[in-house]
Write a protein that binds this ligand. Structure first.
Ligand code: ZN
Length: 92
């Protein structure tokens, strides 16, 4: 089953579930009964997650204008160990 989107001139869009390839080019509006035309909807495409889109933008920007490191980044402090036995383990 796939969802097909139709639009009524008065009521707006609605979706109809039909087997793939069986949707008509027009359908009757479930609210007012007028004929609505089918809208194009890309199948099985989801929006790109924000984190992935941001990573792609940074990757594309680094092609033309890469960020250049001019120094050593500041040392980050380690969080305190949650288990006191961890403090007895050897450190690298
Ligand atoms: Zn309608």
């Amino acid at each position: 089953m796939a969802g097909y989107l139709y639009r009524c001139g008065r009521c707006g869009p609605w979706e109809v579930q039909r087997p793939i390839g069986t949707a008509e080019s027009t359908n009757t509006c479930p609210v007012c009964g007028a004929i609505g035309r089918r809208l194009f909807t890309p199948p099985l495409l989801a929006r790109t997650p924000t984190a992935v889109a941001g990573a792609r933008q940074r990757e594309e920007a680094s092609r033309d204008a890469p960020q250049v490191a001019t120094g050593v980044p500041p040392k980050r402090s380690r969080p305190a160990p949650r288990d006191p036995r961890w403090s007895n383990l050897p450190r690298p």
